[in-house]
Write a protein that binds this ligand. Structure first.
Ligand code: PLP
Length: 353
């Protein structure tokens, strides 16, 4: 059997959820959109079901997958619905709905519903992607109240730059949110992972932790006690020596300057390990630090075993996880941990904890 696998530590997931909830000091929706950032939405939601106050996904189909798997708690649709036909199904399954745009509000007003639905009214406080502008939010709130199909109305916004603690933008977004909603009742929700960790002023009734549940800090400096949830690993399947001057792999990107012992590893970009990663990207081999050399191929990659005489066929290679922080690999790839985690595929998923 091919040794490539993603090991998912569900005890670490629960630890991180508890940490988010404790930091924020009130209820938290565990964000499990995009297949729980690549970790497996059903397995992760089941692991959290005993303690999570609820879940958040991007859209209806993601929520229905959780309901079909027996998840009974609140589930918020972060993008709301795309067409009126989804509304009745969302209401029938007791889902909570973000309403962030005039067209969604209109759908709700004009579509008959068998049961009332709880809505999270979203404000655009500066990200300019989704949400009602501050001066339009009271009117939107009154229309929701008046349409007779809405139960609770919560108020939310989303931060563009909460991962930059020194930047004023988040404080400005908070001030705009507070000013625009001062006369409205209802629960409030501002904080994503970065705000939970870095912006105590953003704490309200509900947090929405995503990436931190999976153990990757969105802040540059600290891991803040988070535990990595996914370990992406495989094993060395062949070993060869190359002489000085010889090139390795596609494009001959890596050229040996001295004799190099090359380990061939069963994992590639078709498994979600980015092809853009440069020579020198950290890996861990049998627990020891080592480096990627040569271009990542579809099914394989190559590592430098020269400093690890004990390593050979069968040696365990960690691409990211408890030994190699996924943030370090993301940085080397010029992206963020979110994208790497979401893109893992084809490998075997195994769950523990
Ligand atoms: C994805 C998402 C989150 C979670 O963000 P993280 O940075 O992963 O914590 C929170 N709120 C909204 C609206 C989202 O779309």
């Amino acid at each position: 059997m091919r040794p490539a696998r993603a090991l998912i530590d569900l005890a670490a997931l629960r630890h991180n959820y508890r940490l988010a909830r404790r930091r924020h000091g009130s209820r938290a929706l565990a964000v499990v959109k995009a297949n729980a950032y690549g970790h497996g939405a059903v397995r992760c939601a089941r692991a959290l079901a005993g303690e999570a106050d609820g879940f958040a996904v991007a859209f209806l189909e993601e929520a229905l997958e959780l309901r079909a798997a027996g998840i009974v708690g609140p589930i918020l649709l972060l993008e709301g619905v795309f067409e009126a036909a989804e509304l009745d199904e969302a209401a029938a399954h007791g889902l909570w709905l973000v309403v962030h745009h005039e067209a969604q509000l209109r759908m709700l007003e004009t579509t008959p519903l068998a049961a009332p639905i709880d809505v999270w009214l979203k404000l655009n406080t500066g990200m300019n992607r989704a949400g009602f502008l501050p001066d339009a939010v009271e009117a939107a709130w009154r229309r929701l109240r008046a349409c007779g199909k809405v139960g609770e109305i919560a108020l939310m916004t989303h931060f563009a730059r909460a991962d930059e603690p020194q930047v004023i933008a988040t404080a400005e977004q908070i001030a705009r949110f507070d000013a625009a909603t001062a006369r409205l009742p209802g629960a409030r929700s501002l904080a994503n992972s970065a705000a939970i960790l870095g912006w105590p002023q953003a704490r309200r009734d509900w947090a929405r932790p995503g990436i931190l549940l999976y153990g990757a800090s969105p802040l540059a400096d600290a891991d803040g006690g988070l535990q990595p949830v996914m370990t992406l690993e495989s094993a060395v399947m062949a070993v060869r020596e190359i002489a000085p001057g010889e090139a390795l792999g596609y494009g001959g990107r890596f050229v040996a300057e001295r004799p190099i012992r090359v380990g061939l590893v069963a994992l590639g970009y078709a498994d979600g390990y980015p092809r853009t990663l440069p020579d020198g990207t950290p890996v861990s081999i049998d627990g020891a630090p080592a480096r990627l050399i040569g271009r990542v191929s579809m099914d394989m990659l190559t590592v430098d075993l020269s400093a690890l005489p004990g390593a050979g066929i069968g040696s365990r290679v960690e691409l990211w996880g408890k030994e190699v922080a996924v943030n370090r690999v993301a940085q080397a790839a010029g992206t963020i941990a979110y994208e790497l985690l979401c893109n893992v595929k084809r490998v075997r998923f195994e769950y523990c904890g």
